[in-house]
Every structure is written in C-alpha cells, then in structure tokens.
Design a protein around this ligand. Structure first.
Ligand code: FEO
Length: 400
C-alpha cells in the first residue's frame, strides 16, 4: 500500500526508508537505516523531484501512483545522479513515457553513462533558469560537488521550498515523522547528520560555502533534502551546522583521543591522559579505539571537536595500519584547523609519532603540539610528570 505524507498544499513526500541496509555506499554503517526522499508536486503540471534507490522502488512506485491518482507524470527534475536517487528513472520513464526529464548538461551525460541507450525527452537547464508548473515557479541553482559535479538544487520561489539534493541530509530511516520539528533532532539525529555530512560531503567545504552563499539570497521557508527530515522551522539551526562543518570550524572545544593498541599498552597511555585531562577540569573528552570504532565515526568526531590526540604503536617501522587509514581519511576529507597531539609506543624502535606528525603536516591549518609523548613498550610511573606536562600542553592549546 502507498505510504506518503503531504509536505505542503500540493507537495507530497513519496520517498521511503531502507532499514535492511547495513552499509550506505557499501562503506558507512547505518544501524538506523537511511531514507531516500522524493517529492511530487501536484500542480497544473505534475513534477517529480528525484527518484529513489532500487531497494525501495516498489514502495516508491505505489506512492507516486497513489498521489497522481490517474494523472500522468509530466516532468522529473533530476537534482542528483548518484544511484541512491536516480536508480528508478528508467522505471518511471517506462510507466510514464511522455515524461520530460529536467537536468543540466552534466546530468544528461551521467544518465547516458548509467543507462546507456535509454530513450528519454530531456529539458536542459542551467544556472538561473526557471520553470513554471502553474502555482509554483522552480529556479535551478547549480551546486557542483555537493555532492557530485552535476548536482543542482531546485528552489520554488512561490512557497520558499528548497529541494536541496544531498545537502542538509542525514543517515537514519524516517519513523513516520518526516519533519525535523516532529523529532528531537539535536538528541536523536545530529550525530548521524554530522557523520553523513563529514564523510560524504566533508571534502567539499569550499563548494558547500558557495551554495550557502547562494542560499543566503533566497527566501527559504522549507528545506527538502534527499535523506532525512524536512526542515520547515528553525532553519538557522541546520544552516549554522553546515556553515561550521564546511568551514572546518569545530562545533565544540573538546579532546578526541583516538588510539590504536595491540596489547593494551598504548590504550593505557590514552586512558592515563584522559584521566589527567579530566582531573584538570576538561569535560569534553572522547576516547576511541580505532580498531573498534568505524572510521566514519572517528571522522565525525574529529569534525566536531577542536583537539585530537593520536596514539599509535609503531608497526612495521611506521604507523599502525588502522590509525594510518584514519589519518588518510581525515586528510582526504580535507579536515583543517585542529590542534593535534601525538603519542607513540614501540618496543625496539619508536617511530610511529614521527610518521604521524609528517602526515598531519601535509594537511592544511593543522597545529601539532611539538612534543610527542613516547613510551617504550609500557608506561610506568617515572613518566607521570612527562605525561602531566603533555596534558598541560593540550589544555593550553584547547584554551587558545
Ligand atoms: Fe544521496 Fe550523493 O547521494
């Protein structure tokens, strides 16, 4: 049976959620599932904004059939060509052969790449073009690299509705409540929203800033993303988060201690440091074992907090591989503007710290505390004063 909700007078949410998926993009764990949002405008012309992932195509087809109530579908706007949103375009064209497909030049290049010789009727739009559906007036705004090069967003300047593609999306299935004001977003969704943004779009902060500047000129009253809740109240909350994330500004002062440990000795160093920081009054401390924490979570926490401590054993003369992967990931995602402290360990040679510092120094605007706190095999009381001073250096950078 259909499973839809009305978004506003004649705009319907016709998407759905997948709770069977374990890995989004076959990389990111999504224990709360994910939603694929699609919107249908029932105006003088009927217009579908994006489709959904294959996994929920049956529900999707039932939804649009129900909302159309026997009318034909006149247009599809393709804001984003990643297959979690474009997978069902072919099915739609088969069911509604007269439908016209609205996209930009890059959209159609990608449609041809994905769908080969599929026949369709294209309407090519570019930045600033508009399309009137009757009561609504759709404006097309290019948003390259948010998250793919062809991405655009569509703004209805009559209702102030922004169909924002991946922007302002989040991991997590929708539980009937499709609006952010129907849930406790800060408590239940923000961590997933951050993990989604930082891992999927995090690399493209400059491009997100460009889109935010364009958006600042629009009178936006509602944001309809392709994943997660729709925003119709308190839009400034999520826009401010995006502004911070895309400028690589930490949301909070705090210390993430990410450690790798084979036999518990580097773990002990991390715990001792955490205790000293706490005793000195620092409250925002998060300690993670990189071997037991998905890297997407580590990335998300690194975007959230101001200070990061990296603790690694020496492995094959270098850095423990899982730690190396984490550092490579935050570098690839362009994380900047953090204070970093490094701890290392080794039994016959202690070199991991030097490698970590070199890697961090390849990143932009990272400040590395000069001292590396090193341990040979296992820490003992003789090093207490030294780690105490190390903690003081971290606190001093935290307070600056
Ligand atoms: Fe949700 Fe970039 O696709």
């Amino acid at each position: 049976m259909y499973c839809v909700r009305r978004v506003s007078d004649d705009i319907y949410w016709v998407g759905g959620s997948d709770r069977r998926i374990s890995l989004f993009e076959n990389i990111f764990p999504v224990p709360r599932g994910v939603s694929y949002n699609s919107y249908l405008i029932m105006d003088e012309k009927t217009v579908l904004l994006d489709t959904v992932d294959h996994s929920i195509s049956r529900q999707f087809i039932e939804n649009i059939t129900h909302v159309l109530k026997g009318r034909k579908l006149d247009y599809i706007v393709v804001n984003h060509m990643e297959p979690d949103h474009c997978a069902v375009i072919g099915d739609i064209i088969l069911r509604y052969p007269d439908v016209k497909v609205i996209g930009n030049a890059k959209t159609f290049q990608m449609i041809d790449q994905f769908f080969g010789d599929m026949k369709y009727d294209p309407v090519v739009v570019k930045e600033g073009d508009t399309f009137n559906t009757g009561r609504h007036n759709l404006n097309f705004v290019m948003a390259p690299m948010v998250h793919w090069p062809e991405t655009m967003v569509t703004f209805d300047d009559v209702t102030g509705t922004l169909f924002s593609a991946d922007a302002f999306g989040t991991f997590g299935a929708l539980d009937g409540t499709i609006f952010a004001d129907e849930v406790d977003f800060d408590r239940d969704w923000l961590d997933d929203a951050r993990r989604y943004y930082t891992n999927i779009v995090g690399k493209y902060g400059a491009q997100v800033q460009t889109v935010l500047k364009k958006a600042a000129n629009l009178d936006i009253k509602m944001i309809c993303p392709l994943h997660g809740p729709i925003w119709r109240e308190n839009l400034g909350y999520i826009i401010e988060k995006y502004d911070k994330w895309s400028k690589y500004e930490p949301e909070e002062k705090g210390v993430v201690i990410a450690y790798a440990s084979m036999y518990g000795n580097t773990e002990n160093m991390a715990n001792v440091l955490a205790n000293i920081l706490a005793e000195k009054g620092i409250k925002n401390i998060r300690v993670y074992d990189v071997s037991n924490t998905h890297v997407s979570q580590l990335v998300s926490e690194s975007f959230k907090y101001s200070n990061i401590v990296l603790a690694s054993p020496t492995y094959n003369g270098g850095v423990y591989p899982i730690m190396e992967n984490f550092i490579a990931d935050i570098k690839a995602l362009n994380l900047q503007n953090r204070d970093i402290a490094v701890m290392d360990n080794g039994t016959w040679a202690v070199t991991a710290g030097k490698f970590i510092v070199n890697k961090i120094n390849e990143m932009k605007n990272m400040r590395v505390i000069e001292k590396i706190f090193s341990v040979k095999s296992a820490m003992d009381e003789s090093q207490y004063e030294e780690i105490n001073e190390f903690a003081e250096m971290i606190i001093s950078s935290l307070n600056n």
